[in-house]
Design a protein around this ligand. Structure first.
Ligand code: PSU
Ligand code: MN
Length: 306
């Protein structure tokens, strides 16, 4: 494990890593910028419980008081959730500065992958990844998550990407960067709130043991990360047309207000929650819990392979 000033791994997570026991990394921008308080805390706690139920140890990663914390829980998780509005959003380019200045921040998918790798954690669960924004041909707004998936050997379990993004272009950039996109029990690439984006995954696997073997093989080849796409459970999925209308309204407002760059994703997420009157938040919670459970099972299967 790499030594990093400013990094603190909880005892439980450090012991699990040392013993080669299953660990699942969890990001925290979802807590600070993806959901309102107190639902962010309820969902963060439920997600940890899902990971534990699968037989793995959860490692929520965040920056608190200028320390890169790996494995926050209890009071600290509560504090992060409550102080979400003062927290920064730490993308890869922000991390070193925030650590030096001292501060509170949620870590994005890109940042969390990098920290997971530094801590020797192979698998990570989130809701949705960042990607190529609609209109990127003008704005050049492409999430750092995509480049991170290309270079960092961590498997990210997600429910696809929200259609606030251009999903087709997002998949093209993943392909250009050589990132394998695999579907768990699904041929289609999911669109976060709904099970089908109209695009396909590269390879489908129906058994978590096969996914674990695929990840192990990818790691041996040193070919970077893996994106594991898991559709939202049928009973929690939202109507694709209805959510698309809401997303269109949110995009229009963001455009009129001139919201862009790192503020765009959080703004759109907040707007979607308001416009769907909480329905999207419910779906969001359900899919993250599901992803955490799947990631936990893959983490267990990965340890059994060793
Ligand atoms: N997409 C979501 N929910 C989220 C995010 C993305 O549906 O909470 C968060 C993740 O942390 C992701 C980040 O890594 O936003 C991407 O931000 P940007 O587009 O600025 O790279
Ligand atoms: Mn961006």
């Amino acid at each position: 494990m790499a030594f990093i000033d400013h990094m603190n791994i909880s005892e439980e997570v450090a012991d699990a890593i040392k013993d080669n026991s299953p660990v699942v990394a969890l990001e925290s921008t979802i807590i600070t910028h993806g959901m309102p308080f107190p639902q962010n805390l309820d969902i963060a706690l439920a997600v940890e419980a899902e990971v534990r139920n699968s037989g793995a140890v959860p490692a929520t990663i965040a920056i608190m008081d200028g320390v890169l914390e790996v494995g926050i829980s209890g009071d600290r998780l509560e504090e992060l959730s409550e102080r979400n509005e003062e927290a920064a959003k730490a993308s890869r380019r922000d991390v070193a500065s925030i650590l030096v200045k001292g501060g509170l921040a949620g870590t994005t998918v890109a940042t969390t992958m990098q920290i997971a790798k530094a801590a020797d954690i192979k698998i990570f669960a989130t809701g949705g990844i960042g990607g190529v924004h609609r209109g990127a041909e003008i704005s050049f707004d492409i999430s750092a998550d995509l480049a991170e998936l290309a270079r960092t050997p961590v498997a990210v379990v997600c429910a696809g990407a929200k259609s606030i993004l251009d999903i087709g272009k997002t998949l093209e950039v993943l392909e250009s960067n050589g990132v394998p996109v695999i579907g768990y029990g699904s041929d289609s690439f999911p669109a976060f709130f709904s099970r089908d984006s109209g695009y396909f995954v590269d390879h489908r696997f129906d058994d978590v043991n096969d996914i674990a073997l695929m990840i192990k093989t990818q790691n041996q080849l040193e070919m970077g990360g893996v994106l594991v796409a898991v559709p939202i459970p049928e009973t929690d999925a939202m109507d694709g047309k209805k959510i698309e209308e809401i997303i269109q309204m949110a995009l229009k407002e963001a455009n009129e207000k001139g919201i862009s760059r790192k503020d765009l994703t959080p703004y759109l997420l907040q707007k979607i929650f308001e416009l769907s009157k909480g329905e999207s938040l419910k779906a969001n919670g359900a899919l993250i819990r599901n992803n955490a459970a799947v990631a936990g099972k893959i983490a267990v299967a990965l340890c059994e392979l060793k």
